[in-house]
Design a protein around this ligand. Structure first.
Ligand code: ZN
Length: 128
């Protein structure tokens, strides 16, 4: 690796630093200083990008949490609405059933002597 060099950049220095020789006049100290500066710059840029990514991620997380909360609320409201509707249907169904029972009892009671229901029972069922 030390002896190969980068075909796009030029040969590597064999005098100590091992960096790519950009010009004929090469100073290991200056080359290393430039390399260190470039590394520092790159590190700062990466740090900045990481901070930005973290901010983006936090915003996204907040947004998603808000959506989950909204969906949970929506679901609760829908569940309550359906519960209420189901209750109304059940009331209506039992009222219809009571009316049907009352209807057949009224039809049967004059001829059927074994019927144990009284008139007051029928009236009670009809009212419901
Ligand atoms: Zn060098």
């Amino acid at each position: 690796m030390e002896s190969e060099g980068d075909p796009h950049m030029g040969p590597r220095c064999r005098e100590g630093c091992g960096l790519v020789r950009l010009t004929e006049e090469h100073s290991c100290v200056e080359a290393l200083r430039a390399f260190a500066d470039a590394l520092e710059e790159r590190g700062a840029r990466l740090e900045h990008e990481a901070r930005m990514a973290e901010l983006r991620w936090n915003r996204r997380e907040q947004f998603l949490l808000a959506q989950v909360t909204a969906l949970q609320n929506e679901t609760q409201v829908a569940a309550l609405r359906y519960q209420r509707r189901l209750h109304q249907y059940l009331l209506r169904t039992s009222s219809i059933a009571a009316q049907i029972v009352g209807f057949y009892q009224r039809r049967e009671s004059p001829t059927n002597m074994e019927s144990q229901r009284t008139d007051s029972d029928e009236e009670h069922l009809q009212v419901r």
